[in-house]
Design a protein around this ligand. Structure first.
Ligand SMILES: [Zn+2]
Length: 98
């Protein structure tokens, strides 16, 4: 029987191993701060649920991407009217340049 926690445990082990490797090789300090903690937690989340790059044909022109988070997937940038776009990734509403 497949343990549903197995995938999560593996993601945590993988990220932990890469953090330990970075410490061993001197790239990362042994004293962690809150930024390190956030980075590690997000790395685990990304491992479990990888961010999906939109296919090339679905990306908007650079001037139209979300100014807040950089979202460029046309399916996640919703025109509200003729002037404003709402970013579904972060909720920012902005007038696209260009
Ligand atoms: Zn955004």
């Amino acid at each position: 029987m497949k343990n549903p926690n197995h995938e999560m445990a593996d993601a945590i082990r993988d990220v932990t191993a890469s953090v330990q490797k970075a410490i061993d090789e001197g790239y990362r300090s042994r004293a962690i701060d809150v930024d390190d903690l956030v980075e590690v937690l997000l790395a685990i989340a990304d491992r479990l649920d990888p961010p999906v790059e939109p296919p090339e044909q679905n990306r908007v022109a650079p001037g139209l991407a979300c100014p807040e988070c950089g979202e460029a997937d046309a399916d996640r940038l919703i025109w509200l009217d003729d002037e404003f776009v709402r970013c579904d990734a972060c909720g920012t509403i902005y007038p696209p340049a260009g």
